[in-house]
Ligand binder design. Structure first.
Ligand code: FE
Length: 340
């Protein structure tokens, strides 16, 4: 390098050093497994309010977890956001989260929707969806009803190793104990209309087409199809209806989207600020609306015509931590029942 350039290079380097030291305080590295349209507004508002810029890495949850694990102590990740308690449980198992001490979060997030290490920011329900011609709703009021031999050859559901079903089983285990949960799983498998395949949307379409009489699906998939403008999807939704399960007993199983601060977070303060922001009224609306879910903070109202059309329900009240804790036990129960 010609000598006369050296001072210029040094000046640039100095400048870069200063900028990055500044950026350290004003940046948040977010590893997120969620990506919805309203997320743009969600993140832009945080930056506007706090001056903290968000660097987002979006990928599948397993990929992100793998990445955080491999980056180890040098991981730039500050916050990990994902869906389903079972996936947060996986992060917990890897010991990735740092406990957060925030009076704001403790005050705003209901006790059953947080653990020591992570918080829920929206909820979704696992509902029963039935074909209005093929099935009498009186026969499918509870999750347990799906194991009744009356429904032989009528039940469709995705894989038993999928987080949504593991979390449902974890809830059953908490409410009913091991023996009854195992009986339920065996009964479900005996009633399958077909071997588990596809996602929740595929189950909804199969019920609408009459290939199955009844399925277990997450509420936001139903809401998404209810809001669809596509003629075939509109028609499909006319053939089906939902039941909020277990209204007279334990309440409908509710799962969450959520996140936590990583143990190795270089910007811990910004990370906690971000979680507190997610609990603000405005962010709650964006966060929930992004995926047709419900806010966790009491009193926050969203206006989602599809969710409103689905009506009100009573949710279970067990702690989301129990859903996380029971995952391994439930997988064993499903394996033994042959729910692949
Ligand atoms: Fe989903």
């Amino acid at each position: 390098m010609p000598r006369r350039y050296v001072p210029a290079v040094a000046a640039v380097l100095l400048c870069l050093t200063v900028t990055s030291a500044f950026a350290q305080d004003k940046t948040l590295n977010l590893y997120s497994a969620r990506h919805y349209q309203t997320d743009e507004a969600l993140y832009a508002n945080f930056t506007r309010q706090t001056g903290i810029k968000i660097n987002r890495i979006e990928a599948g949850e397993n990929e992100l977890l793998e990445r955080i694990k491999n980056e180890g102590a040098n991981s730039p990740a500050d916050v990990f956001l994902t869906v389903d308690a079972s996936r947060l449980a996986k992060a917990d198992e890897l010991n990735l989260f740092a406990p957060v001490n925030s009076a704001v979060l403790t005050a705003k997030i209901p006790a059953q929707l947080r653990t020591r290490d992570w918080y829920a920011f929206s909820t979704r329900a696992r509902v029963i969806l039935y074909n209005k011609i093929a099935v009498n709703p009186a026969d499918v009021q509870d999750y347990q009803d799906l194991a009744n031999p009356k429904l032989k050859g009528k039940v469709c559901v995705r894989s038993g190793s999928h987080p949504y079903n593991l979390s449902l089983g974890a809830s059953m285990l908490e409410h009913l104990g091991e023996q009854k949960t195992a009986e339920w799983a065996r009964g479900m498998v005996a009633n399958f209309a077909r071997a588990p395949k596809g996602g929740d949307t595929d189950q909804i379409k199969a019920v609408a087409a009459g290939e199955c009489g009844v399925a277990l699906v997450n509420s936001y998939y139903v809401a998404r199809l209810l809001r669809s403008e596509k003629p075939d999807e509109k028609k499909a939704m006319e053939a089906v209806a939902i039941v909020w399960p277990n209204q007279k007993s334990t309440g409908t199983h509710v799962n969450i989207s959520g996140g936590g601060v990583l143990k190795t977070a270089p910007n811990k303060e910004a990370a906690i600020k971000f979680l507190e922001y997610l609990a603000s009224d405005q962010a709650q609306v964006y966060f929930a609306d992004g995926n047709n879910e419900w806010p966790v903070v009491a009193g926050v109202k969203t206006s989602n015509p599809a969710l409103e059309a689905m009506g009100k329900f009573r949710a279970e009240t067990i702690n989301v931590g129990a859903l996380a804790r029971n995952q391994a036990a439930v997988q064993k129960i499903y394996d033994r029942a042959g729910w692949q």
